[in-house]
Design a protein around this ligand. Structure first.
Ligand code: COA
Length: 345
């Protein structure tokens, strides 16, 4: 059950007027080379292309190489986003990365990227919000830009869930893929541009439904934690499914309320790509036209915090987002967390 307190309408004072707009000046995305198809998975666990396709909408996903880490994929997405934005990495003020599969527990992957990109002026930190990671990271960065604290910010969603997947567990291993996406935010003095509103929520009661038990201070790494596969993702898929639909619909309604926009003003909804049935059920619950919902789950599976930014980048490249269009990103994930962002391009 979602945390009821998180759903109370917040007072207008929660959204004070900000001196700047945070505009999305560039996006980029990157996935590893190797493709793992449903047919490949049939050889690993007791599953079938038919089951995966019908229950999730997934056909294939990209899986990183054994020696590839999150920053190896993310750095390429960042370079593309910076190039499109016309921003030099040396001019970045802030790097925020949404991830739960960074290169290592610390330092943050944001700091690794700061060094690799050559952004010595940028403050850098990671945000842990499961699959809502990019939405949380974007919301945080927007506050820095809109308040005038940062003029340019790089926001990244990167996940290599294949590295924490239990490849003997058919209920999870068919779902996840690896990938990264990045967006560059710039401060803009024109009102009504860029990020119009953000909405973040969480319910720690649902943490037990999606988690990795070991590797932290509760269960530090040991021979036993490795033997018991406690460094892999555990999930109660059914429990998450139900809340996912309600929480993304809830975030969508909050964003419309905050912005005063109507359904017809939203050109494209970009939901978290965790399950095609969740995406369809969310659109149906909202009565939102399916042709204005962006879906690319068949190609990538669930890339966790990277799904919405990869999808946004693809939608822009495909010409589905034109200047002036409003797009709403939605996500839910471990925590449980959920939220959304409304952006005018
Ligand atoms: N291949 C074949 N059969 C599978 C399977 C697989 N990969 N995974 C599970 N099954 C079986 C189950 O064992 C079960 O068999 P049973 O009826 O004999 O017990 C049956 O399929 C139905 O399992 P169930 O878990 O009820 O399926 P589902 O329709 O709920 O779909 C998920 C499972 C995981 C796809 C779905 O619950 C889901 O997408 N949940 C959300 C997960 C998510 O979004 N996670 C990330 C959050 S960011």
């Amino acid at each position: 059950m979602l945390n009821p307190a998180a759903h109370q309408p917040r007072s207008a004072s929660a959204w004070p007027a900000q001196p700047f707009s945070a505009v999305v000046a560039g996006t980029g995305s990157q996935v590893p080379e190797r493709v793992l198809t449903n047919a490949d998975l049939e050889k690993i666990v007791d599953t079938s292309d038919q089951w995966i396709t019908e229950r999730t909408g997934m056909k294939e996903r990209h899986i990183s190489a054994p020696d590839e880490a999150a920053s190896d994929i993310a750095v390429k997405a960042c370079e593309k986003a910076l190039t499109e934005a016309g921003v030099e990495s040396a001019d970045l003020d802030l790097i925020v990365v949404g991830t739960v599969t960074g290169d290592m527990p610390f330092p943050s992957t944001a700091c690794v990227l700061q060094q690799r990109l050559g952004a010595p002026r940028a403050a850098a930190f990671d945000v842990s919000a499961g699959c809502t990671g990019f939405i949380y990271a974007l919301s945080v960065a927007r506050q820095f830009v809109a308040s005038g604290t940062s003029r340019t910010a790089l926001v990244v969603g990167v996940e290599l869930l294949s590295k924490i997947t239990d490849w003997t567990d058919r209920s999870t291993c068919v779902l996840f893929g690896d990938g990264a996406g990045a967006a560059v935010l710039k401060a803009d003095t024109r009102p009504g541009k860029g990020i119009l509103a953000t909405y973040l929520a969480a319910d720690g009661n649902g943490g037990k439904h999606l988690y990795m038990p070991a590797g932290g201070s509760r269960h530090p790494a040991s021979a036993e934690t490795v033997r018991e596969r406690l460094h892999t993702c555990k999930m109660n898929g059914n429990a998450i499914f139900k809340d996912a639909v309600r929480s993304m619909a809830d975030a969508f309604r909050h964003l419309l309320r905050q912005t005063g926009l109507g359904f017809d003003d939203v050109k494209l909804m970009i939901p978290h790509q965790a399950n095609l049935r969740i995406i369809e059920a969310t659109a149906k619950l909202l009565n939102f036209p399916p042709e204005r919902v962006f879906v690319n789950i068949a190609k990538y599976g669930n890339t966790s915090s990277a799904t919405t930014i990869i999808a946004l980048d693809e939608a822009r490249a495909a010409g589905r987002i034109l200047p002036g269009d409003v797009v709403i990103l939605l996500a839910f994930g471990a925590g449980l967390t959920w939220g959304g962002v409304a952006i005018r391009f």
